[in-house]
Design a protein around this ligand. Structure first.
Ligand code: MN
Length: 203
């Protein structure tokens, strides 16, 4: 079964003014679609066709680079669209809020560390909030389309929130101002979805 581009769970302009419609249109329809197409081409006729994208990521060292780059691209963007929504933002509640406070002290300190991970990732990559094997939270970043699920990653865990810091994610609206884009991200975060991801990861 070939991988497919998931539909955006909202309209292209739903995240404005924080993320503009044109960026969303190209990012989802062209960039993410290209990762899906190239992933399908890279695994055609191999056993990986029977696996989930999570299973492929977890054993990514067994695959050639095109699977790593495009498989990561597909997984990362699929998560990214879902952790945002129109009228998002605010603060998490419940078990996720408690875990953030326990690990980082408070929400602002978490945001500071996450923004720093986004700002200091040299070149293209992602900033993450993930659940480590011991079920505690960690902030980290990965290069290119790598992610914390991958066995090759320096920071391993289950991603529950991710921010794309490739220039294609923000350049039309923010040009070189990646920190402004990362700051605006908090206005569109879908904390209910992050909480759902957290609950699944600590199960
Ligand atoms: Mn992207």
């Amino acid at each position: 079964m070939a991988f497919e581009l998931p539909a955006l769970p909202y309209a292209h302009n739903a995240l404005e003014p924080h993320i503009d419609a044109k960026t969303m249109e190209i990012h989802h329809g062209k960039h993410h679609q290209a990762y899906v197409t190239n992933l399908n081409n890279a695994i055609a006729g191999t056993d990986a066709e029977k696996l989930s994208i999570e299973e492929i990521c977890k054993n990514i060292s067994k695959y050639p680079m095109p699977v790593r780059n495009n498989g990561g691209g597909h997984y990362n963007h699929s998560l990214f669209w879902k952790v945002m929504k129109a009228g998002g933002g605010g603060a998490p509640s419940g078990a996720l809020a408690e875990a953030i406070n326990k690990t980082f002290g408070n929400l602002d300190e978490f945001k500071k560390q996450f923004a720093n991970a986004a700002a200091t990732r040299f070149g293209s990559g992602w900033a993450w909030l993930c659940v480590k094997a011991d079920k505690t939270l960690a902030v980290c970043s990965t290069p290119n389309q790598d992610n914390p699920l991958m066995d090759v990653s320096d920071c391993k865990g289950t991603p529950i929130l991710g921010l794309d810091v490739w220039e294609h994610a923000y350049y039309l609206h923010y040009q070189n101002r990646r920190p402004d884009y990362a700051a605006a991200f908090w206005n569109v975060v879908n904390w209910d979805e992050v909480a759902k991801n957290y609950a699944a990861a600590v199960k």
